[in-house]
Design a protein around this ligand. Structure first.
Ligand code: PLP
Length: 455
């Protein structure tokens, strides 16, 4: 098909089908249907080429935290592009936005963080972490410390190193793994046999890290990586006992703690970072997404003084970096985005205003016969769809109940994501009370529709 000028509607769908390979997509399946073309957005709503208005309960891909249609951010990008659209931070150069953003990040993060290394995405940030962690231990004279412990069902990105860090087995089977990554049990109480109390389960799953350290050999373990709340794995909010025990283990064995803040960072949990929420003191905080509210791509890694000092003082050149490490327009966007979060007190709003308001409605969804558990922290929530509540029985995976529910939701004007039979949501921080009510009403209605459809 010949390219046509400014294609619209079904022409776009046709061109998409012929030429465009989407991320994480079964194209054969997609081509039997058609892709939904999102053409514009405003506030918490997206609009598609069929004229539908849909409440974006996922903030794009967990990133549009400040909401759509922010002229201040657009203006910041345009102004920066006029002034200096691109220059790199290699070869002893820097530019004002990368420097200003680096200083700003230091102000909003824990005191051990005074330095940042910029990347272009969360995956690149985690690749940076792997290299920096191993480099650190080399420089400390302990090069045998190579192993990084992660968790089953973790998501840390899609490059080879990030996918290896992650615990998604379907990803591991495609394209290979880097060596030296071990996976332990995730703190997913609802997904366990529930024979332990949540608190006991939190301790037990944290101790699986300790067991792994002892199995690998304490002098061979470099670091542990975890998302404060696992996002892509199904918004798995660990029991309160989990993170303090993880911190104890990292301290006791002297291994580095990496808090993957790609979803949890920049206010999603009602604190600037998930580590602040759980009171951990990480050495690395990879971030992306919410740093720019997704308006432009940017990632990075906050590196603690005890690590950065060694890399700087003993390391010489760190042979690592990306063309777009600290891209000026992305940094200008991040600066404006963080200013908005500060000016409008949006992190506080997630903690004490719209977060608790939405949670009240969310908790009510647990009364629906299809919902075995409703959980939410900040603006990060999950609903577990179950066949029966007592005894708690889950659906056969092959039934695809989560996908059925997701399709009802989007067709009724609400984006939520299905992770198996776990429905997840992460709306923008500017969500109003009325929009929160709309989310809950639509979720209830679509749970009803799902129940009817599978009866
Ligand atoms: C916790 C976490 N880490 C890393 C990534 C990878 O980020 P990106 O898709 O920007 O490479 C993601 C993406 O969803 C994520 O959720």
């Amino acid at each position: 098909m010949a390219a046509i000028e400014k294609p619209t509607g079904s022409d776009l769908q046709e061109l998409d089908r012929e030429h465009h390979l989407h991320p994480f997509t079964d194209h054969k399946e997609l081509h039997e249907k058609k892709s939904r073309i999102i053409t514009s957005a405003d506030g918490v709503y997206i609009f598609d080429s069929d004229g539908n208005k849909i409440l974006d309960g996922m903030s794009g891909l967990w990133c549009v935290n400040a909401g759509y249609g922010r002229d201040e951010i657009v203006d910041a990008a345009a102004a920066q592009m006029r002034e200096l659209p691109y220059y790199n931070n290699f070869f002893q150069c820097a530019h004002p936005p990368s420097i200003e953003l680096a200083a700003m990040l230091q102000e909003i993060s824990q005191p051990q963080f005074n330095r940042v290394f910029f990347a272009g995405s969360g995956s690149e940030s985690n690749d940076t972490v792997v290299r920096a962690v191993r480099r650190y231990w080399d420089l400390m004279g302990q090069p045998e410390r190579q192993t990084i412990i992660s968790r089953q069902n973790a998501y840390h990105g899609s490059t080879v190193a990030a996918a290896s860090l992650g615990g998604m087995t379907p990803m591991h089977k495609q394209g290979g793994l880097i060596p030296g990554i071990e996976h332990v049990e995730q703190p997913y109480w609802f997904g366990s046999d529930r024979s332990l109390s949540p608190d006991e389960f939190g301790i037990a799953t944290a101790r699986s890290i300790e067991d792994k350290i002892n199995e690998v050999g304490p002098d061979k373990v470099a670091a542990f990586i975890g998302e404060p709340v696992q996002g892509a794995g199904g918004v798995i909010i660990p029991p309160d006992t989990y993170w303090p025990e993880v911190q104890r283990i990292c301290d006791e064995y002297g291994i580095l703690l990496i808090s993957d803040e790609v979803i949890c960072g920049f206010g999603r949990m009602g604190e600037w970072f998930g580590a602040d929420y759980y009171g951990t003191r990480p050495d690395f905080m990879p971030f992306a997404k919410g740093v720019t509210s997704g308006y432009l791509p940017l990632g990075g890694v906050m590196i603690s003084d005890r690590v950065a000092d060694v890399l700087i003082d003993k390391g010489g050149e760190f042979h690592h970096g990306y063309t777009y490490s600290g891209h000026p327009a992305s940094c200008a966007v991040a600066i404006e985005n963080i200013r908005i979060l500060q000016r409008e007190d949006l992190v506080e709003r997630v903690k004490n205003d719209i977060g608790p308001y939405l949670k009240k409605g969310w908790d009510k969804l647990a009364e629906h016969p299809l919902v075995g558990e409703a959980r939410m922290v900040g603006l990060l929530g999950a609903l577990e769809l179950v066949k029966t509540k007592e005894p708690m029985e889950r659906f056969d995976e092959k039934q695809g109940v989560g996908t059925i529910c997701r399709d009802f939701l989007v067709n009724n004007g609400l984006v939520m994501r299905a992770v198996g039979d776990t429905m997840v949501a992460a709306p923008p921080f500017i969500l109003s009370y009325e929009e929160a009510d709309e989310m809950i009403e639509k979720a209830w209605k679509c749970l009803d529709l799902t129940q009817q459809a599978i009866a």
